[in-house]
Design a protein around this ligand. Structure first.
Ligand SMILES: NC(=O)c1ccc[n+]([C@@H]2O[C@H](COP(=O)([O-])OP(=O)(O)OC[C@H]3O[C@@H](n4cnc5c(N)ncnc54)[C@H](O)[C@@H]3O)[C@@H](O)[C@H]2O)c1
Length: 333
């Protein structure tokens, strides 16, 4: 059947104006949600991952989409694809995984940044770095604003991640200043939601899995240290808004939820929400664990017209629903 010229033209136009977007770490927790959202907005998406902490299960539902492509690749190696935009997310994000091979973690942040920035320079793509609130270390300023330089121990067990991301930020700024690469730096604060890795030791997934299995809920410290938790959909909205800002705006910009909650309060909320019989037990705080974290999001509000919308209770109940489903075959539940 021949298509009328009008439709052919329309299809060509749509195809030609479609952005081709590379998401490194696309099979991970945040990356898979980002790929999904970018596809739903009518983009072509290339998902790159070495599956160190990511999983094919996270992107299985996207594989039927003709505009979705997957590449098994390690960002420490150069890559050659044609792109319009790049989101550089590849890097293990939880201590248990990034401390597994600290040297590899630094290589992933630093060489990954060099390789993706090189690609952005060649293809004239805009490129966004998934940096982290960890660059503030154990902060002496509260809440943390983007002008704060941080308090990081260069030799501690978290340094491979924190310093890797700090160096990646420096590389991004240098490629921007020296080579005119269009960069965006997002400093992401604690994010949670469906598709978090259940074994990565992050507090939300840990507590939910322990509660659903009626096992002891392990709090490191006395439970008074605070965190601010951002639901995944809010983060994805913020990252896409940041990518769309005028080229002159590079960031860094904090993306996080400023509502602070103590780890003890979080445990109680999750026990109530799951109807669990778990008891809370207290263990010593790991070395260099920050006492408090809370983003100052004034810059994101002003420049991106963004602030988180999903309340902790809502986000947690969606996350509990997800974990209930994936743990369902476990007969002990
Ligand atoms: N989740 C958070 O709360 C949070 C907070 C701040 C920053 N971030 C940043 O966001 C990004 C994504 O985090 P996440 O929570 O989705 O973690 P994740 O571990 O689920 O995702 C990381 C992905 O990167 C892939 N990866 C790791 N090393 C790679 C390499 N060398 N080459 C190619 N792929 C590689 C992993 O397989 C995984 O799919 C990370 O850069 C992380 O530092 C996350």
């Amino acid at each position: 059947m021949r298509l009328p010229a009008f439709f052919l033209h329309l299809i060509c136009k749509i195809t030609l104006t479609m952005n081709r977007i590379l998401v490194t770490g696309g099979a991970g927790f945040i990356g898979s949600h980002l790929c999904e959202k970018l596809l739903s907005l009518g983009n072509e998406v290339i998902c790159l991952d070495n599956y160190f902490t990511g999983s094919k299960m996270n992107i299985l539902h996207l594989l039927d989409n003709h505009y979705f492509e997957v590449i098994r690749h390690d960002v420490t190696m150069p890559l050659f694809v044609e792109t319009d935009e790049i989101y550089n997310l590849a890097c293990p994000a939880s201590p248990v995984h990034y401390q597994y091979n600290g040297i590899k973690t630094i290589k992933t942040s630093v060489m990954g940044a060099i390789n993706t920035l090189g690609l952005a320079k060649r293809t004239k793509s805009k490129i966004l770095l998934a940096s982290t609130s960890e660059i503030y270390g154990d902060p002496e300023v509260h809440p943390q604003h983007e002008g704060y330089w941080g308090n990081v121990n260069t030799l501690g067990p978290r340094a491979c991640y924190d310093e890797g991301k700090r160096c990646a930020e420096t590389l991004f700024m240098n490629y921007h200043n020296q080579n005119g690469v269009k960069i965006k730096i997002a400093r992401i604060f604690n994010t949670y939601g469906p598709r978090m890795n259940q074994n990565d030791g992050r507090v939300v997934s840990n507590f939910i899995v322990q509660a659903l299995k009626n096992k002891d809920i392990t709090i490191f410290g006395d439970g008074t240290h605070t965190r601010s938790f951002q639901y995944i959909d809010d983060l994805i909205d913020g990252m896409i808004r940041l990518m769309k800002t005028p080229d002159i705006f590079t960031g860094p910009v904090n993306l996080g939820n400023p509502v602070e909650v103590s780890v003890g309060e979080l445990a109680v909320m999750i026990i109530k929400m799951t109807g669990s019989k778990s008891k809370i037990v207290y263990l010593p705080l790991p070395e260099d664990d920050p006492r408090q974290r809370k983003p100052d999001i004034s810059l994101a509000k002003r420049e991106l017209d963004w602030e988180p919308k999903i309340a902790l209770e809502t986000g947690l109940s969606r996350t509990v629903k997800y974990f209930r489903k994936i743990l369902a075959p476990d007969k002990s539940l």
